[in-house]
Design a protein around this ligand. Structure first.
Ligand code: ZN
Length: 410
């Protein structure tokens, strides 16, 4: 899945290893990766001839991080997401490749991309698979599907009306190679003239889209900010509510009952409200962000208290929400109700469960996705933003730790 697909087995010694069940780091385990997967975890591990041995003494090893909501073709510069459909496609694609590289270098080894002009996210995923570009594993949704005039139209979503047309629009994404599906259940912040408090697709339209996606074993994320849009999406059977700005008690109870995930993307409105006006974000978008911010945080806190499943997602690509800075969402979740251990789980195990991938754990048979950081994330989550080692799909993409190649027989 990455540029360096041919890789000798790797043995990592000396680090403290994340134990998701115990929600702690355990000393005294070595990890072996081979064939793109995590092989064994043992107290003592003899390296075999040809093994690449990495000394992670003093470091903390975690599964590769997962961002369940990005728009990786966008730089996150003000106005870039809306511009993405107008730029020459070749230039945009090259730009997207640099975003993919930044993302994986920051320790994010899997992302779900929920909408790109020209289905460029699907093609970028292919380029990464073929080894043309270094980047994370991308579960790309192609274009999102929205109602005529709905949020996302004109740049990252295809318009459709009525259950049959929604079905067709979803099938088009599947035909193009989409590994995830995105539906728009309400208005949003980034489309001029669209009210985030208004629902968009009807429940019947959403259900048709969900059926098509689930028939093809694809996970569905629904952009849903408005309360009625959120409830329509939950009843239609989507796997995750994206944003969930205006959750009421009933919506939260429905999510708990059905196991629907919340991917809150707290970062998206927060960075716009904090810095949007000074950094040139369109005034309509800053104004809408200020409108949603307090309610958004209150909804997230209420959902966490009630036991709604959460998975980490940034909405990277929205203004000032840049590739490679994805870890900030982990800090924001921990500042708003999750413990540090829960915030780590939301970006690893829980995210993998939403995406239905064998990732998110350091355990035999899981994807060979692993990072090492220099400080204890349970004491200071910001250590996650600068990994010393990133291994994705069993290939080392970044390493600042000492290593050697095992020459002789053990
Ligand atoms: Zn988004």
């Amino acid at each position: 899945m990455l540029a360096v697909t041919e890789s000798n087995p790797i043995v990592i010694r000396g680090g403290l290893v994340w134990d998701a069940e115990g929600r702690t780091f355990r000393p005294g385990l070595a990890v072996r990766l081979a064939g793109g997967q995590i092989g064994a975890l043992r107290p003592e591990m003899a390296a075999l001839p040809g093994d690449r041995v990495i000394d992670a003494s003093g470091c903390f090893l975690l599964p590769g991080l997962i961002d369940c909501h990005v728009h990786i073709v966008s730089s996150g510069e003000a106005g870039d997401l809306n511009r993405a459909g107008q730029e020459p496609i070749a230039l945009r694609a090259l730009r997207a490749a640099t975003h993919a590289r930044k993302t994986v270098m920051a320790g994010f080894t899997t992302v779900r991309d929920l909408g790109a002009p020209g289905q460029m996210n699907v093609h970028l995923a292919t380029a990464i698979d073929q080894g043309l570009v270094v980047g994370p594993r991308i579960l790309a949704a192609g274009m999102g599907v929205t109602m005529t005039g709905g949020h996302g139209h004109g740049f990252l979503a295809r318009e459709a009306d009525g259950p049959d047309e929604v079905r067709k629009a979803v099938r088009e994404q599947l035909r193009a190679g989409a590994k995830a599906i995105k539906l728009f259940a309400s208005g949003g912040v980034m489309t001029p003239g669209v009210d985030p408090k208004s629902p968009s697709f009807t429940e019947d339209e959403l259900r048709a889209g969900v059926e098509e996606a689930h028939k093809a074993f694809r996970v569905v994320g629904a952009h849903a900010q408005a309360t009625d849009g959120i409830k329509n999406a939950i009843r239609a059977g989507v796997d995750s509510i994206e944003h969930g700005v205006w959750l009421d008690e009933e919506a939260i109870a429905m999510m708990v009952a059905r196991g629907t995930y919340l991917v809150a993307t707290l970062t998206a409105p927060a960075v716009m409200a904090e810095r949007g006006a000074s950094e040139g974000v369109a005034p309509y978008a800053v104004e809408k962000s200020n409108l949603v911010l307090a309610d958004h945080i209150a909804s997230f806190r209420a959902a966490v208290r009630a036991g709604v499943r959460v998975a980490m997602g940034t909405d990277q690509g929205t203004p000032l929400n840049r590739p490679g800075e994805n870890a900030q969402e982990i800090f924001r979740m921990a500042a708003n109700g999750l413990t540090a251990a829960q915030a780590i789980l939301a970006a690893t195990k829980w995210a993998a469960e939403l995406l239905q991938l064998p990732a998110g754990l350091i355990a035999p048979g899981r994807y060979g996705d692993l990072i090492a950081v220099r400080g204890d994330p349970l004491a200071d989550l910001t250590t996650l933003s600068d990994p010393a080692l990133v291994i994705a799909g069993g290939a080392v993409v970044r390493n600042e730790l000492p290593e050697f190649s095992q020459e002789a027989s053990p």
